[in-house]
Ligand binder design. Structure first.
Ligand code: ZN
Length: 209
């Protein structure tokens, strides 16, 4: 072996011997991302307003035409096309607090007692880059701690459901009515007279996926 070959190959041999004593770690093709990549879909979605939300849509989905004759609820005093989605409660929840969470981040713009709802809260949000207002109906008004004009985080508790067949729900069964009204203006309509008027509203269920 001449001198030049020895200079090159002996260090390589030593390095290889050294490496063989350590676990081989494969180099990464690229460094790990510091923050998870944003999923574009998630910015179009809402946080669940209560536990097991999708399973609770059993009586009045969005857009269903209700009349006292065909209603899944008895007695029924409303008629028209349902602007929101109703989330039902089960028997064991009638005497329990059922927490309701803000489905998006945004300002609480109204809380009051309203005919047909009992306690109702309205929150302004942005959904798909568009201004919307969220109507949370049949809440126990005194449980809504946040002040009007304060900011709510997505997932923050708004309040609890009002007790069924009491003034807290304006004598309705214990359930959440949740509506999404397009634009920044407040509308408390739970039903509209014509199908065309439903265009002012979005189907909550489409955003809970
Ligand atoms: Zn409803």
């Amino acid at each position: 072996m001449n001198k030049i070959v020895a200079v090159f190959f002996i260090p390589i041999l030593l390095i290889n011997l050294g490496c063989s004593l350590k676990p081989i770690v494969e180099p990464r093709a690229s460094p790990l991302p510091v923050t998870p990549a944003l999923n574009n879909k998630t910015s179009h979605l809402l946080v669940m307003p209560l536990v097991q939300a999708p399973e609770r849509i059993t009586k009045k989905p969005f857009g269903v035409k209700i009349s006292p004759d065909n209603s899944p609820v008895s007695p029924e005093r409303f008629a028209g096309y349902h602007t929101g989605v109703d989330f039902e409660t089960i028997a064991s929840e009638q005497n329990e607090e059922v927490k309701i969470w803000a489905v998006c981040a945004g300002t609480l713009i109204l809380k009051k007692y309203a005919s047909g709802y009992g306690g109702v809260a309205v929150q302004s949000c942005r959904l798909n880059g568009q201004a919307v207002t969220l109507v949370y109906g049949h809440l126990k008004l005194s449980s809504i701690i946040a002040e009007v004009k304060s900011e709510l985080k997505a997932g923050e508790q708004i309040g609890v459901l009002g007790n069924g067949y009491s003034t807290e729900t304006d004598n309705e069964r214990k359930h959440l009515h949740l509506g999404i009204h397009k634009g920044p203006a407040v509308s408390l309509l739970g039903y509209v007279k014509t199908k065309a008027e439903l265009d002012d509203w979005l189907d909550v269920a489409e955003y809970l996926k």
